[in-house]
Write a protein that binds this ligand. Structure first.
Ligand code: 3PY
Ligand code: MG
Length: 253
Protein backbone atom coordinates (compact mmCIF):
# COMPACT_ATOMS: atom_id res chain seq x y z
CA UNK A 1 0.00 0.00 0.00
CA UNK A 2 1.11 3.59 -0.57
CA UNK A 3 2.92 5.51 2.17
CA UNK A 4 0.85 7.54 4.63
CA UNK A 5 0.92 11.33 4.66
CA UNK A 6 2.80 11.15 7.97
CA UNK A 7 5.43 8.85 6.45
CA UNK A 8 5.90 11.12 3.43
CA UNK A 9 6.31 14.17 5.63
CA UNK A 10 8.76 12.30 7.87
CA UNK A 11 10.74 11.53 4.71
CA UNK A 12 10.82 15.30 3.96
CA UNK A 13 8.74 14.91 0.81
CA UNK A 14 6.74 17.90 -0.42
CA UNK A 15 2.97 17.30 -0.54
CA UNK A 16 0.68 19.70 -2.43
CA UNK A 17 -2.89 19.90 -1.18
CA UNK A 18 -5.99 21.10 -2.99
CA UNK A 19 -8.44 23.06 -0.83
CA UNK A 20 -12.07 21.94 -0.79
CA UNK A 21 -14.77 24.34 0.32
CA UNK A 22 -17.81 22.97 -1.53
CA UNK A 23 -19.28 20.14 0.51
CA UNK A 24 -19.43 17.86 -2.52
CA UNK A 25 -17.49 14.72 -1.64
CA UNK A 26 -16.91 13.42 -5.18
CA UNK A 27 -14.83 16.55 -5.89
CA UNK A 28 -12.23 15.21 -3.44
CA UNK A 29 -11.98 12.06 -5.56
CA UNK A 30 -11.58 14.12 -8.76
CA UNK A 31 -8.86 16.28 -7.19
CA UNK A 32 -7.03 13.12 -6.13
CA UNK A 33 -7.33 11.67 -9.62
CA UNK A 34 -5.98 14.96 -11.03
CA UNK A 35 -2.72 14.29 -9.20
CA UNK A 36 -2.97 16.28 -5.98
CA UNK A 37 -1.15 14.56 -3.12
CA UNK A 38 -3.77 15.66 -0.61
CA UNK A 39 -7.19 17.26 -0.39
CA UNK A 40 -8.03 19.51 2.56
CA UNK A 41 -11.74 19.61 3.48
CA UNK A 42 -12.47 23.00 5.05
CA UNK A 43 -15.02 23.17 7.86
CA UNK A 44 -13.79 26.58 9.09
CA UNK A 45 -14.63 28.70 6.06
CA UNK A 46 -15.92 26.08 3.66
CA UNK A 47 -19.33 24.42 3.72
CA UNK A 48 -18.09 21.01 4.92
CA UNK A 49 -19.89 19.36 7.83
CA UNK A 50 -19.40 16.05 9.57
CA UNK A 51 -21.35 14.10 6.95
CA UNK A 52 -19.52 15.66 4.00
CA UNK A 53 -16.10 15.04 5.56
CA UNK A 54 -17.05 11.41 6.22
CA UNK A 55 -17.79 10.97 2.50
CA UNK A 56 -15.05 13.34 1.36
CA UNK A 57 -12.34 11.49 3.30
CA UNK A 58 -13.31 8.20 1.66
CA UNK A 59 -13.59 9.91 -1.75
CA UNK A 60 -10.13 11.48 -1.47
CA UNK A 61 -8.69 8.10 -0.57
CA UNK A 62 -10.47 6.50 -3.57
CA UNK A 63 -8.88 9.16 -5.79
CA UNK A 64 -5.44 8.36 -4.38
CA UNK A 65 -5.05 11.48 -2.20
CA UNK A 66 -4.42 11.95 1.50
CA UNK A 67 -7.47 13.39 3.28
CA UNK A 68 -6.98 16.38 5.56
CA UNK A 69 -9.60 18.30 7.57
CA UNK A 70 -9.64 21.88 8.85
CA UNK A 71 -12.15 21.99 11.74
CA UNK A 72 -13.89 25.17 12.93
CA UNK A 73 -12.06 27.42 15.43
CA UNK A 74 -11.78 25.93 18.93
CA UNK A 75 -13.71 22.80 17.90
CA UNK A 76 -11.37 20.23 19.38
CA UNK A 77 -14.11 17.57 19.48
CA UNK A 78 -14.20 17.67 15.69
CA UNK A 79 -10.44 17.04 15.59
CA UNK A 80 -10.95 13.58 17.12
CA UNK A 81 -13.98 12.93 14.94
CA UNK A 82 -12.06 13.81 11.78
CA UNK A 83 -9.34 11.31 12.72
CA UNK A 84 -12.04 8.74 13.64
CA UNK A 85 -13.46 9.15 10.13
CA UNK A 86 -10.05 8.52 8.56
CA UNK A 87 -8.46 11.95 8.08
CA UNK A 88 -4.67 11.65 7.93
CA UNK A 89 -4.09 15.20 9.18
CA UNK A 90 -5.96 18.01 10.88
CA UNK A 91 -5.15 21.69 10.42
CA UNK A 92 -6.45 23.55 13.48
CA UNK A 93 -7.16 27.23 12.81
CA UNK A 94 -6.27 30.07 15.20
CA UNK A 95 -3.99 28.17 17.57
CA UNK A 96 -2.82 31.23 19.49
CA UNK A 97 -1.50 29.87 22.80
CA UNK A 98 0.38 26.87 24.08
CA UNK A 99 -2.89 25.83 25.77
CA UNK A 100 -4.55 25.69 22.34
CA UNK A 101 -1.66 23.58 21.05
CA UNK A 102 -1.99 21.21 24.01
CA UNK A 103 -5.75 20.89 23.42
CA UNK A 104 -5.05 20.06 19.76
CA UNK A 105 -2.57 17.34 20.74
CA UNK A 106 -5.00 16.10 23.39
CA UNK A 107 -7.70 15.57 20.78
CA UNK A 108 -5.29 14.12 18.19
CA UNK A 109 -3.34 11.51 20.15
CA UNK A 110 -4.29 8.56 22.33
CA UNK A 111 -2.78 8.26 25.84
CA UNK A 112 -0.13 8.75 27.04
CA UNK A 113 0.55 11.62 24.57
CA UNK A 114 -3.03 12.94 24.48
CA UNK A 115 -6.55 12.16 25.66
CA UNK A 116 -8.19 11.10 22.39
CA UNK A 117 -11.16 8.85 23.11
CA UNK A 118 -11.40 5.42 21.49
CA UNK A 119 -13.66 5.10 18.44
CA UNK A 120 -11.69 5.01 15.15
CA UNK A 121 -13.83 2.32 13.53
CA UNK A 122 -14.25 4.06 10.19
CA UNK A 123 -10.57 5.03 10.03
CA UNK A 124 -9.43 1.47 10.77
CA UNK A 125 -11.89 0.11 8.18
CA UNK A 126 -10.65 2.48 5.46
CA UNK A 127 -7.06 1.51 6.19
CA UNK A 128 -7.78 -2.21 6.43
CA UNK A 129 -6.46 -2.37 9.99
CA UNK A 130 -7.70 -4.23 13.04
CA UNK A 131 -8.44 -1.98 16.04
CA UNK A 132 -5.24 -3.20 17.71
CA UNK A 133 -3.18 -2.44 14.60
CA UNK A 134 -4.78 0.99 14.34
CA UNK A 135 -3.97 1.77 17.98
CA UNK A 136 -0.36 0.65 17.54
CA UNK A 137 0.31 3.19 14.77
CA UNK A 138 -2.23 5.97 15.37
CA UNK A 139 -0.15 8.46 17.35
CA UNK A 140 2.59 8.30 14.73
CA UNK A 141 0.22 8.45 11.76
CA UNK A 142 -2.24 11.21 12.75
CA UNK A 143 -0.67 14.54 11.79
CA UNK A 144 -1.68 17.53 13.95
CA UNK A 145 -0.97 20.96 12.43
CA UNK A 146 -1.44 24.14 14.49
CA UNK A 147 -2.29 27.19 12.38
CA UNK A 148 0.00 30.13 13.07
CA UNK A 149 -1.88 33.19 11.86
CA UNK A 150 -1.75 35.89 14.54
CA UNK A 151 0.90 37.89 16.47
CA UNK A 152 -0.12 35.95 19.61
CA UNK A 153 0.75 32.68 17.90
CA UNK A 154 4.13 34.09 16.85
CA UNK A 155 4.79 35.11 20.46
CA UNK A 156 3.97 31.57 21.65
CA UNK A 157 5.77 29.81 18.80
CA UNK A 158 8.82 28.51 20.70
CA UNK A 159 6.61 27.13 23.48
CA UNK A 160 4.33 25.48 20.91
CA UNK A 161 7.25 23.98 19.00
CA UNK A 162 8.31 22.28 22.26
CA UNK A 163 4.94 20.50 22.63
CA UNK A 164 5.33 16.73 22.27
CA UNK A 165 2.78 15.33 19.84
CA UNK A 166 2.36 18.53 17.85
CA UNK A 167 3.52 17.40 14.42
CA UNK A 168 3.60 20.66 12.55
CA UNK A 169 2.62 24.27 12.14
CA UNK A 170 0.66 25.73 9.22
CA UNK A 171 0.80 29.40 8.30
CA UNK A 172 -2.40 31.26 7.44
CA UNK A 173 -1.01 34.29 5.57
CA UNK A 174 -4.39 35.97 5.09
CA UNK A 175 -5.23 36.16 8.78
CA UNK A 176 -1.58 36.88 9.56
CA UNK A 177 -1.69 40.00 7.40
CA UNK A 178 -5.07 41.03 8.79
CA UNK A 179 -4.09 40.65 12.46
CA UNK A 180 -0.60 42.15 12.08
CA UNK A 181 -2.15 45.27 10.53
CA UNK A 182 -5.01 45.34 13.07
CA UNK A 183 -7.52 44.90 10.28
CA UNK A 184 -6.12 47.52 7.91
CA UNK A 185 -4.98 45.24 5.11
CA UNK A 186 -5.30 41.82 3.59
CA UNK A 187 -1.87 41.16 2.09
CA UNK A 188 -1.01 37.46 2.30
CA UNK A 189 1.74 37.74 -0.33
CA UNK A 190 3.39 40.82 1.20
CA UNK A 191 7.09 40.77 1.93
CA UNK A 192 6.35 41.23 5.63
CA UNK A 193 4.13 38.13 5.85
CA UNK A 194 6.39 36.04 3.62
CA UNK A 195 9.45 36.95 5.72
CA UNK A 196 7.61 35.84 8.85
CA UNK A 197 6.61 32.62 7.08
CA UNK A 198 10.21 31.85 6.16
CA UNK A 199 11.29 32.39 9.77
CA UNK A 200 8.52 30.13 11.10
CA UNK A 201 9.47 27.39 8.62
CA UNK A 202 13.09 27.55 9.70
CA UNK A 203 12.26 27.40 13.41
CA UNK A 204 9.72 24.60 12.90
CA UNK A 205 12.20 22.48 10.96
CA UNK A 206 14.89 23.09 13.59
CA UNK A 207 12.43 21.82 16.23
CA UNK A 208 11.73 18.68 14.18
CA UNK A 209 8.23 19.80 13.16
CA UNK A 210 6.70 19.88 9.69
CA UNK A 211 6.11 23.32 8.16
CA UNK A 212 2.93 23.87 6.16
CA UNK A 213 1.39 26.94 4.56
CA UNK A 214 -1.67 28.16 2.66
CA UNK A 215 -0.72 29.74 -0.66
CA UNK A 216 -2.78 32.11 -2.78
CA UNK A 217 -0.85 31.77 -6.04
CA UNK A 218 1.80 29.67 -7.77
CA UNK A 219 4.64 32.10 -7.07
CA UNK A 220 3.97 31.92 -3.33
CA UNK A 221 3.70 28.12 -3.48
CA UNK A 222 7.06 27.84 -5.27
CA UNK A 223 8.82 30.15 -2.84
CA UNK A 224 7.21 28.29 0.10
CA UNK A 225 8.89 25.12 -1.13
CA UNK A 226 12.24 26.92 -1.21
CA UNK A 227 11.63 28.20 2.35
CA UNK A 228 11.36 24.60 3.62
CA UNK A 229 7.59 24.23 3.67
CA UNK A 230 6.62 20.65 2.86
CA UNK A 231 2.81 20.71 3.13
CA UNK A 232 1.64 23.40 0.73
CA UNK A 233 -1.84 24.35 -0.46
CA UNK A 234 -2.28 25.40 -4.06
CA UNK A 235 -5.75 25.83 -5.54
CA UNK A 236 -9.27 26.11 -4.13
CA UNK A 237 -11.75 23.88 -5.94
CA UNK A 238 -14.47 26.55 -6.17
CA UNK A 239 -12.03 28.98 -7.86
CA UNK A 240 -10.79 26.21 -10.14
CA UNK A 241 -14.31 25.61 -11.40
CA UNK A 242 -14.93 29.33 -11.96
CA UNK A 243 -11.65 29.77 -13.83
CA UNK A 244 -12.15 26.77 -16.08
CA UNK A 245 -15.80 27.66 -16.74
CA UNK A 246 -14.80 31.18 -17.81
CA UNK A 247 -12.01 29.81 -19.99
CA UNK A 248 -14.39 27.33 -21.67
CA UNK A 249 -16.83 30.08 -22.58
CA UNK A 250 -14.05 32.37 -23.74
CA UNK A 251 -13.00 29.69 -26.23
CA UNK A 252 -16.10 30.58 -28.25
CA UNK A 253 -15.49 34.33 -28.26
C1 3PY B 1 -5.35 32.25 6.14
O1 3PY B 1 -4.64 32.63 5.20
O2 3PY B 1 -5.60 32.92 7.14
C2 3PY B 1 -5.95 30.93 6.08
O3 3PY B 1 -6.49 30.49 7.06
C3 3PY B 1 -5.92 30.18 4.79
O4 3PY B 1 -7.08 29.43 4.63
MG1 MG C 1 -6.99 31.91 8.50
Amino acid sequence: SKPSLAARLRADETVITAWSTLAVPVLAELLGRSGYGAVTLDMQHGAHDIASIREGIAAARLGGAHAVVRPPVDDFATVSRAFDLGAEAVIMPMVNTVEDALALVGASKFPPVGVRSWGPHRAAMLQGLTPAEYLASANKETVAFAMIETPAALDALDEMLAVEGLDGVFIGPGDMSLTLSEGRELAPSSEKVQTIAADVAKRARAAGKVAGIFCNNAADARSARDMGFRFISHGIEMSMLLEVAKARLAELD
